[in-house]
Design a protein around this ligand. Structure first.
Ligand code: SAM
Length: 254
């Protein structure tokens, strides 16, 4: 199966892993900074859309701050789970739909805020144009995505990885994504990088992360065992296996 951010089947499998890896971030988690930022821009009169919602955790946690919240994802199993979870929690102002971010099933100018938490919204201009279309005038797109330097030491050891080209050639995702958003019609685009130290508690925690994400394309436990051991030997510390988490937060206006 293709380990790609755009493969719903991969994410369905990844999200349904029961175990979660043990790991620690040093500093304030950018995912939390992103959520705080979204909450700051929400109110009970606003409608929110989450693109690439997965299990719907983000809009479920935000619904209480909105008039209504929507989540879309092409992975039907994940959307079914999200619907069930919202029902169990008796959240009435939330809606989930199976949909592709490049072809949203909504009329233009429906939403005040469009968000994406490691989803595909700035992967290409097709996604960005759709986000722009469904946003009201003056509405905001707020995204958190993976920075090109994420897991730098691991990707360098493997000689491959998610956005390896950007890492090796120092191509700034922020710059590229800014251009792409401008092309889609957005203005007042702000970007900010966060780079934190991250420790995985043990070898199996790191392996679990590599299995559940597209950090290393075609990661294969058998074939890549030597490389995993190389990472462990080189980057094990008393606090765990040391690496980094690189994130990019983007805010843009329609
Ligand atoms: C890294 S996961 C993030 C999920 C969720 N936002 C979270 O933070 O838990 C990326 C999500 O993007 C979804 N995705 C893949 N292709 C997509 C597309 N064409 N349109 C919208 N979402 C897509 C995947 O199915 C997956 O759920």
């Amino acid at each position: 199966m293709k380990r790609s951010i755009r493969n719903p089947a991969f994410w369905t499998q990844a999200f349904l892993y029961k175990r979660k890896e043990k790991r620690k971030l040093i500093g304030k988690n950018p995912e939390k900074i992103f959520l705080d930022l979204v909450v700051k821009n929400l109110s009970k009169t606003k409608s929110l859309l989450d693109i690439g919602t997965g299990l719907g955790k983000t809009p479920i946690s935000l619904a209480k701050h909105t008039k209504d919240a929507w989540g879309i994802d092409p992975a039907r199993k994940l959307i079914n789970y999200a619907k069930l979870r919202a029902k169990k929690l008796h959240i009435k102002n939330i809606h989930f739909e199976v949909a592709d971010g490049r072809n949203l099933p909504f009329e233009k100018e429906k939403f005040d805020i469009v968000i994406s938490q490691r989803g595909p919204v700035t992967d290409n201009v097709g996604f960005a144009r759709e986000a722009f279309r469904v946003l009201k005038k003056g509405g905001q797109l707020i995204e958190i995505t993976i920075g090109e330097q994420d897991k730098e030491n691991i990707k360098r050891t493997f000689g491959r990885g998610q956005n390896y080209y950007g890492l090796i050639n120092k191509v700034s995702s922020a710059k590229n994504k800014k251009q792409l958003l401008k092309k889609a019609g957005f203005r007042k685009i702000k970007t900010r990088y966060y780079n934190l130290t991250e420790y995985f508690a043990a070898k199996h925690d790191l392996i679990l992360r590599l299995l559940r994400t597209p950090i290393i394309p075609n990661f294969n436990l058998k074939k890549d065992y030597k490389l995993i051991n190389k990472v462990i030997n080189k980057y094990s510390t008393t606090k765990g296996i040391k690496t980094n988490a690189h994130r990019l937060i983007i805010i843009a206006k329609k």
